[in-house]
Design a protein around this ligand. Structure first.
Ligand code: GAL
Length: 439
């Protein structure tokens, strides 16, 4: 791209054609590998991430200045490839740039961001994950993603949660989004939801436990939240949508799933891409709801854990691991910790096992409350990470995170004592150190 001089008035299509010509003209007969032609993103625009088979698996906003290898021109779009081999589609006129600006230099913090313009991260010396400590983002600010959940798009994890920063506008619950390739270095992306009472619930209205799903059919990101009035009496889910993962989400509606009360929600995406909400539904119990094909409504109640049989639970989380479903939940003690429990089943409809403790009950989940189970499948192994919130009710902005790799398999699940640990997101290997991190 740098070698080409753009003629005044040359259209993006001409330029891309010229690029392709130069791409093929330099091919020598019999030579297998063509020289790569680099292009640079020059506009903020949606960029589609492609799976190895060519399907669209996510849409994000392209990073201006990012450079990619040009693969082909496809109508009004170009196919690009990054250094890890992942391919993307973006509108043609977003890549006909004059010489690229230098990539942004990330601020130096003790958790330096790994999401600079070129989307590659090699974690040869993984950063420790320290339960209970302050976790600074790329700006050096403690991550605000409480009661959160994570989805992976391409090779990037996106963490959404309650942003309880002290300097947020009073009375407006905010949802923040962060991105990471290794689950240890987090880049702040956006306060993706900060609407002023979109469901008209009055002063003190609440929005908690946001969870984001990507719907490949509609190509939309769909965010579910627990939305409520100040007294937690409405017990609704709220639905927001966005065309990009970290854009500004728009409110769509709020309702009670199949007319059941719903407070804490959790999220689960099965291996076939179907999406589920886990919902605390007193007075009946704890539900697993399947979402409709477009994820905009509830399809059906897969299972109710009746409260009389231990289903008086919230903070729900679910993972499918080695052929078994494991559901985790917390008892209902507000912000105070309690012994979280789990049950297993071969099918989401059940039958489910009895609930058992995930850690010594007297430890009360080491002071935390479940919010999500994250499966990290790497080249060597699969780790399942327990994500818990260590709430500080009188200083919520300072609430901490307790993440630990679980001991899981053959129907057993155990949360080890919190210690500093490392994850190799490439191989999936988690290594627990010896330092007890909870002071
Ligand atoms: C907890 C719940 C939190 C929040 C809190 C309010 O039980 O898990 O998400 O709603 O109660 O007291």
């Amino acid at each position: 791209m740098n070698a080409l001089v753009r003629m005044p008035g040359m259209s993006p299509a001409c330029l891309a054609g010229l690029l392709l010509l130069s791409f093929f003209a330099v091919l020598e007969p019999g030579r297998a590998d063509p020289p790569s032609v680099m292009v640079t993103i020059c506009k903020r625009a949606p960029i589609e991430t492609l799976s190895p088979s060519g399907g669209v698996i996510g849409v994000t906003e392209a990073t201006v200045g990012a450079r990619y290898t040009l693969v082909s021109v496809q109508g009004s779009k170009v196919m690009l490839q990054d250094s890890s081999g992942t391919r993307y589609l973006i509108a043609l006129d977003c890549t006909d740039c004059p010489p690229p600006p230098p990539p942004p230099i990330p601020a130096l913090t003790n958790r330096a961001p790994q999401l600079a313009a070129a989307p590659t991260v090699t974690v040869s010396n993984p950063q420790p994950i320290t339960p209970g400590e302050i976790w600074p983002d790329d700006r050096g600010k403690h991550i605000q993603a409480h009661g959160g959940g994570i989805i992976k798009v391409g090779d990037t994890y996106y963490w959404f949660g309650e942003d309880r920063s002290q300097d947020n506008p009073p009375g407006i619950p905010v949802v923040a989004c962060y991105a990471s390739k290794d689950l240890a270095h987090w880049q702040f992306r956006n306060q993706v939801e900060k609407a002023d009472d979109p469901a008209h619930l009055g002063p003190g209205w609440l929005l908690e436990r946001p969870k984001v799903f990507y719907n490949a059919g509609t190509k939309r990101y769909v965010m579910y939240v627990h939305i409520d009035d100040k007294d937690y009496r409405l017990a609704n889910v709220g639905v927001f949508i966005c065309n990009t993962i970290d854009g500004d989400y728009q409110f769509v509606k709020n309702f009670r799933p199949l007319n059941h009360e719903s407070r804490d929600i959790g999220q689960f995406i099965d291996d076939d891409g179907s999406a589920y909400l886990i919902s605390e539904g007193r007075p009946l119990g704890f539900h697993i709801y399947k979402l409709s094909d477009d994820f905009m409504s509830i399809d059906r109640d897969m299972h109710l854990f009746p409260k009389e049989q231990g289903g008086n639970l919230e903070g729900g989380a679910l993972v499918h691991y080695n052929g078994l479903y494991y559901v985790v939940g917390s008892h209902m003690t507000g912000w105070n910790p309690n012994p979280n429990v789990y049950a297993t089943a071969s099918n989401l409809e059940g039958p489910w096992s009895e609930f058992k403790d995930i850690a010594p009950p007297e430890k009360k989940t080491y002071g935390s409350q479940s919010t999500f189970l994250l499966k990290v499948t790497g080249s060597k192994t699969t780790s399942v990470i327990f994500m818990g919130d260590w709430w500080k009710p009188s200083a919520q902005w300072d609430s901490r995170y307790l993440w630990m790799p679980l001991e899981i398999g053959d129907g057993k699940l155990w949360l080890p004592e919190p210690k500093e640990w490392t994850l190799d997101a490439g191989t999936g290997e988690a290594q627990v150190g010896s330092n007890n991190s909870l002071k």
